[in-house]
Design a protein around this ligand. Structure first.
Ligand code: TRP
Length: 332
């Protein structure tokens, strides 16, 4: 039997180049090798957002379209909606008995969420975020979890939960592994370490040519460089980090770096060439997105079908879990 991938994202809006580098590229690469389940984590979204929920429908479609646009193959993977699989919150409840409160309080993303959303204290639901994620992963007995580095601590907790469960009740759950890209985090266009939609420094996968151009030409570079004849710094310069990631023409990139260090090229030329590389990457992405978006009801249909499939798998897992715990009284 092929090993399984389970990964996904919250339906919080359109995905960007950082998401591509962080996780989407890996799922495209691995989709032939693994049986892949891709989750739209709408419950996770509720942990930090309770207003304008009517927008979620569009965001669910948009997240699926983003995946399709970069080459995730709907014939190969199973997309599903977390809230359409009630076995997941049931598993979450069982798993929540296996984790101490201080353990989840120490998970670093909690502080990040509190800060990013300007919250004084977590709700009970937000505290349980990583346990819910463990339920996602284990609901389909996922073996591999392609995620960005920021999610590593959640996969680590999932491993602990699986081990603890197996130790208490017998070998039922796989101990999954995180699959994290080697490459560095893609910085924001403003030079901040992380690209984030809410940070206003992201290039979306659906970015149109005009706004792509504006964002690239306005990118943060070496701030100490005033004139094109000043020697510039390549290391840690976001424009060059983007070149390294998206410009396949390494001769061109090396030539630009050399001239940049020597003060023999202007920022405008470096950015124009980056713009061309990003256009070459995004043009087919936009086309694929438009193709799928034009098929009426298509995305809704793959979500509905996929959710049925995922639910059948999660029901099997829940059955195994309850039987191992001796909770299947009267077979109920
Ligand atoms: N927490 C993940 C994120 O913010 C999204 C997510 C929810 C997820 N459930 C998951 C990722 C299960 C991998 C596996 O990006």
């Amino acid at each position: 039997m092929r090993k399984r991938i389970l990964t996904g994202e919250r339906p919080t809006g359109s995905l960007h180049l950082g998401n591509y580098v962080g996780t989407l590229a890996n799922r495209v690469k691995l989709q032939d090798q693994y049986e892949t389940f891709l989750l739209v984590a709408d419950y996770h979204m509720l942990t930090t957002r309770l207003e304008n929920l009517v927008e979620i429908r569009d965001n669910i479609r948009s997240v699926v379209l983003d995946n399709l646009s970069v080459g995730v193959d709907p014939e190969k993977v199973t997309f599903f909606l977390q809230s359409a699989v009630p076995e997941i919150p049931q598993l979450h409840l069982y798993f929540s008995m296996l984790v101490s409160v201080p353990r989840v309080e120490r998970i670093p993303t909690l502080k990040d969420q509190l800060r990013d959303h300007d919250l004084a204290e977590p709700t009970y639901g937000l505290l349980g975020y990583p346990i819910l994620q463990a339920a996602d992963i284990l609901s389909v007995k996922g073996n591999l979890v392609p995620v960005g580095r920021d999610q590593e601590s959640h996969v680590e907790l999932t491993r602990e939960i699986a081990r603890r469960f197996n130790q208490l009740f017998g070998e039922v759950l796989p101990v999954p592994e995180a699959f994290i890209p080697e490459v560095k985090l893609l910085p924001g266009t403003d030079g901040k370490a992380k690209m984030g939609k809410s940070l206003g420094n992201a290039i979306s996968l659906a970015e149109d040519p005009a706004s792509l151009k504006a964002k690239v030409m306005g990118m943060y570079t070496d701030p100490s460089r005033i004139r094109p004849t000043d020697p510039g710094t390549v290391e840690g310069n976001p424009v060059f980090m983007y070149h390294d990631t998206f410009n396949g023409n390494t001769d061109e990139v090396n030539d630009l770096k050399e001239r940049y260090r020597a003060g023999k090229v202007g920022d405008v030329e470096v950015k124009r060439k980056l713009l061309a590389a990003l256009e070459a990457f995004l043009e087919p992405v936009r086309e694929r997105r438009a193709k799928y978006a034009a098929l009426p009801g298509y995305v809704d249909e793959i979500i509905a079908e996929g959710s049925k499939r995922a639910r059948a798998e999660a029901a099997k897992t829940l059955h195994d879990v309850r039987a191992a715990m001796r909770l299947d009284y009267l077979g109920l």
